[in-house]
Design a protein around this ligand. Structure first.
Ligand code: NAP
Length: 241
């Protein structure tokens, strides 16, 4: 049984990943930060189905909390076989209105968290000479998003980290890949109106928005033995945006 850590799994794409991996026989560590009720209800749902799941509260933007989270994991199992770095925040602001605090919070949550979790997960993967890391970036990390410059910068950083780390750990049998979702129906879009969402859907070739499950299936593939020759890649899952 693989041990899979999914950061930010209380809601949205992370929760869809937790369901998919757990239902396919993996032991899933569900990380959350603030949404305890949502995380508990996902945990109960999967436990009731007989799945192997554990809840881990930690703010992954904080290096010390990530270390503690991995200590708890290592008290239960030897290490993590699959790491899905999914936790993130978004914020829409004019560039000139972004404060130092907004900038730091964005970079810490959306980029440094990936560094902290990869660094903590890798010693076990390197020792075993196998492992899968999937980082969730964004279409804005590829092309940039107006009024989301700090988010776009952090997500572009995730793509750069992915490519460089893939080169560094490839000989240890570890793959590191990235997914850049297009617009996916989750709480992250709560500030968008129905009209905004229609415009965004119309900008895709398929004319629809994505679902959390669309991203979960891509993450599952990039974590599977079938993707063993793919590394350093950024997979766009965006309906042809
Ligand atoms: P979401 O519904 O807003 O959920 C975000 C998740 O991240 C929540 O589970 C939240 O946990 C967790 N999180 C945030 N800060 C955290 C922290 N410091 N420590 C631990 N967990 C934290 O977002 P989503 O749409 O599912 O997004 C998932 C990923 O896809 C993100 O990386 C996002 O950037 C990316 N993405 C999304 C879209 C989209 O259209 N939805 C598009 C492109 C990329 P708590 O609630 O427990 O705090």
């Amino acid at each position: 049984m693989r041990n899979v850590l999914i950061t930010g799994a209380s809601r949205g794409i992370g929760a869809a990943c937790a369901r998919l991996f757990a239902e396919n026989g993996d032991r899933v560590f569900i990380n959350y930060c603030h949404s305890e009720n949502a995380a508990r209800s996902l945990f109960d749902e999967l436990k009731d189905k007989g799945r192997e799941v554990m809840l881990l509260q930690a703010d992954v933007s904080n290096s010390g909390e990530v270390k503690k989270m991995f200590n708890v994991i290592q008290s239960q199992v030897r290490g993590i076989d699959v790491l899905i770095n999914n936790a993130a925040i978004a914020q829409t602001k004019l560039f000139t209105d972004i404060t130092d605090e907004d900038w730091r919070r964005m970079i810490d949550t959306d980029l440094s968290s990936v560094f902290f979790c990869c660094r903590a997960a890798l010693p076990y993967m390197i020792q075993r000479k196998s492992g899968r890391i999937v980082n969730i970036s964004s279409i804005w990390g590829q092309v940039g998003g107006s009024c989301e410059v700090h988010y776009s910068a952090a997500k572009a950083g995730v793509i750069g980290l992915t490519k460089a780390l893939a080169m560094e750990v490839g000989l240890s049998g570890i793959t590191v890949n990235c997914i850049d979702p297009g617009v996916i129906k989750t709480d992250m879009l709560s500030s968008y109106t129905e009209e905004d969402l229609k415009v965004l859907a119309d900008q895709t070739s398929l004319g629809v928005l994505g679902t959390p499950e669309d991203i979960a299936h891509a993450a599952f593939f990039l974590s599977s033995p079938e993707s063993s020759f793919i590394t350093g890649h950024t997979l766009s899952v965006n309906g042809g945006a």
